[in-house]
Write a protein that binds this ligand. Sequence first.
Ligand code: HEM
Ligand SMILES: *[C@@H]1O[C@H](CO)[C@@H](O)[C@H](O)[C@H]1NC(C)=O
Ligand SMILES: *[C@@H]1O[C@H](CO)[C@@H](O)[C@H](O)[C@H]1NC(C)=O
Ligand SMILES: *[C@@H]1O[C@H](CO)[C@@H](O)[C@H](O)[C@H]1NC(C)=O
Ligand SMILES: *[C@@H]1O[C@H](CO)[C@@H](O)[C@H](O)[C@H]1NC(C)=O
Length: 325
Amino acid sequence: MGLSKLLLVFSLLLLLFSSFTEANGLKVGFYAKSCPKAEAIVSKEMKRVMKLAPSLAGPLLRMHFHDCFVNGCDGSVLLNGTRSSPAEKDGIPNVSLRGFGTIDGIKEKLEEACPGIVSCADILALVARDAVVLTNGPFWEVPTGRRDGRRSVAIDTLRNLPPPFFNFTQILNGFFAPKGLNAKDIIVLSGGHTIGTSHCSSFSNRLYNFTGKGDADPSLDKYYLPKLKEKCKPDDVTTIVEMDPGSFKTFDASYYKNVLKRRVLFTSDQSLLEHSEARAYLQRQIYGSPSEFFKDFGVSMVKMGNIQVLTGNEGEIRKKCAIVN
Ligand code: HEM
Ligand SMILES: *[C@@H]1O[C@H](CO)[C@@H](O)[C@H](O)[C@H]1NC(C)=O
Ligand SMILES: *[C@@H]1O[C@H](CO)[C@@H](O)[C@H](O)[C@H]1NC(C)=O
Ligand SMILES: *[C@@H]1O[C@H](CO)[C@@H](O)[C@H](O)[C@H]1NC(C)=O
Ligand SMILES: *[C@@H]1O[C@H](CO)[C@@H](O)[C@H](O)[C@H]1NC(C)=O
């Protein structure tokens, strides 16, 4: 009797412990038995793609962010819409989302190796990590085991994705906090803007007519402003501009130096200066190696990658990332 009670307590403790180590049911190496080469296949394909089209690093990192913020990291950003029911892809903040073909290609390779095993949501998480690694950024272990959702609706994007013209407080209260992310996560993940490009239309409000008097945003560096105006005429919706001037192809901490110099594109970037914790963080990045940012980035990416994931029997493993089974 005593022994069986002891055993019961022990197994309950074990259960509790394992549910701690596998928060949400995701775990590092989820495919170790079911598809041992999964991560290697993703990395191999990413190396090939990045050689052919290095400019896809930015869009592929951003895609995981857009997936996770809209109905959780469930691959829904990849689903095709129809004329009568537009998908997340068709929503307004989709501007410049690209690289869907890369994801579809990686999925094909994975289906050849282990059919029906690896989710599209996990592919996005692994691809985002590899995009960072292949632009000289940090490596982190990616917990996997996500399953794919079936809902993808265009109007969900506007409600869930922070607009570039919002400030720190608005982004924290309106977008990050409701998903369980905090101020530190904004500070760290905004550092993702160390790679990639933006369309003029995402920040031209800061160049022309900022307050309705034909003026520019006074918080923009006065030497950087004319350069941006030269590239971006008032109604330009096609031109793209590098996000982290001087090193937009390299994942490094120079984004933070540019925030301090007021040479960043969005109000959301610039408003890091308004927040005392963020300001201290920026200042630490000027000196020393990028190791603090690099370590933090992996931690916050894993946190973001946990948002409302589907696990166990929820959702499905799509055969093709653009359509539900
Ligand atoms: C904090 C709130 C954020 C806002 C307001 C924001 C906004 C934007 C906007 C407006 C663009 C430019 C889109 C275009 O016009 O082409 C962009 C690009 C980008 N964002 Fe963010 N973003 C945020 C957070 C993040 C996060 C969390 C990540 C990933 C960790 C991320 C990664 C990127 C990347 C890599 C690009 C470049 C994409 C490319 O090269 O095409 N952003 N972001
Ligand atoms: C983005 O959405 C617009 C409509 O808001 C649509 O015209 C465009 O084709 C979409 N772009 C992509 C890449 O899906
Ligand atoms: C951020 O924007 C909100 C809404 O416009 C405003 O009330 C607040 O003062 C702004 N915060 C800062 C620090 O400027
Ligand atoms: C600037 O904004 C104001 C107020 O929204 C508007 O009346 C005016 O026409 C705009 N000027 C330009 C040049 O777009
Ligand atoms: C999804 O849409 C894209 C662009 O419209 C198209 O090229 C692709 O073939 C579609 N995928 C599927 C599986 O229908």
